[in-house]
Design a protein around this ligand. Sequence first.
Ligand code: ATP
Ligand code: MG
Length: 554
Amino acid sequence: MAESKHFIHEIIDEELKEGGRCYGKTVHTRFPPEPNGYLHIGHAKALEIDFGTAELYGGMCNLRMDDTNPTKEDEEYVEAIKEDIHWLGHDWGDRFFYASDYFEKMYGFAVELIKKGLAYVCELTPEQMKDMRGDINTPATSPYRDRPIEESLELFAKMRAGEIEDGKMTLRAKIDLASGNFNMRDPVIYRINRLPHHRTGTEWCIYPMYDFAHPIEDALEGITHSLCSLEFENHRPLYDWVVNNISVETKPRQIEFARLGITHTVLSKRKLRNLVENGLVSGWDDPRMPTLCGLRRRGYTPQSIRDFHERNGVSKVNSVVEYAFLEYCLREDLNKTAKRAMAVINPVKLIIDNYPEGQSESFTVENNPERPEDGTREVTFTRELWIDRDDFMEEPAKKYFRLFPGNEVRLKSAYVIKCTGCDKDADGNITAVHAEYDVDSRGGNTADGRKIKATIHWVDSATAVDAEIRLYDRLFTIEAPDLADVNYLDYINPDSLTVVTGAKVEASLADTKPEERFQFLRVGYFCADNKDSKPGHLVFNRAVSLKDSYKPQA
Ligand code: ATP
Ligand code: MG
């Protein structure tokens, strides 16, 4: 699906015109995740922009693992990232790359800069460098800045050869110690780090910094537009400096867009990893997580996530979107696509005393009234059914129109019944509800046209299947757990998961496949858990409730 046009596309349109920077060229973007965690809904925004832009212009989008920092990077994440992107519906063809594959070339470009007098080996410790950074009125300083080129070349080679201790030397770009942009004050472009790397092992003990590596990766892959989030805006001068001072053919252009924030959740791999490592959730794919695999397991569809990003648009202004809007997008999609079924979460027996024992019949019901092409199915009906406890009150509250002694309700798609009473155990708990059915109301309409106010759902007890139902609520109790000064771990919602066992679902669900999604009539949208649900032990996650007062702004 192509994104709708936004400011980035307006820029690209201009550049593609005759005389423009990209006239006659193919638009080429990339999505560059760091494989140090699973993708979340914020990454999905970047993905939609990167892949969506390529699709819109008939261009290409590379998938590149930005693995230049050996800390916490892992092959497990690489596979998960690929799977999540495919699930969302994007594909990179044969354009899958690792930034670490360019280490040798990056080293070569660093040597080129040294030779041009544009980089030098500096021996300031990180603390000293911080102390000598200067301020807005005072330039930074380094006593190593004017070291001879030959000496820097020699020392840089020693850094690479492992002859220098971690932290003792860095390679710095020689740009402008007085720049108002501190990123330009001779930034470090290589540091020594003896951590083994997930792909190159111990081959390297020096690693390029992001600001140096990223423009090189983009240039080497022929990227025309390097789209990234707003926090890189101040780094753009350095990005341009790098591509302009090394020998590469393509000069990619960086364009920044606003990051996505969502209420009631955190969007940072570090924070999400903490939740996993502290056992506060069951894993990266816990259905309460804002990760793509968590949302998927919860019941989100790729379409609902794409709609969410499409409707939020792309701008230069950071904003926080309501979690309820994400849910709204899911509800809209599932209303169109999810099959309907009957499930009773909190069951109590309903006995229809005038229905002959041993008799059974079935009703043909639509799978989805929004989509007749989804066909119909048969649901069986016998003398004993399951209904929800909430659908009966011995002494009705005001405006309660469902089952109470003497009242009539419609059993969805079946018959009209009249409640006659209930059974109770010694403690006064209701153990069964009794009713009589109107023989002439098959299908749900009364022969004499009398009005029936309420319709309730039910499941035939003769064929019902047991299920475990997982009811999810927000993971955090406050609206903004992601703010910098908030300890999000203090605001975990203790009631974010309620497990219900012994729910009763209609027989047609017995063979439900993992990730099949349903609207359980009157209850909500549910998805068969992709890890724990199997025939014989069905587990359904509540993806989203049926209704919410939330209305998106026009
Ligand atoms: P995190 O803070 O979650 O670790 P990151 O930016 O460090 O995120 P990367 O793997 O480097 O994670 O991100 C890959 C791409 O996704 C980058 O281009 C980044 O700008 C983008 N991205 C990450 N988070 C968001 C977000 N919340 N909204 C939009 N884009 C995002
Ligand atoms: Mg990053």
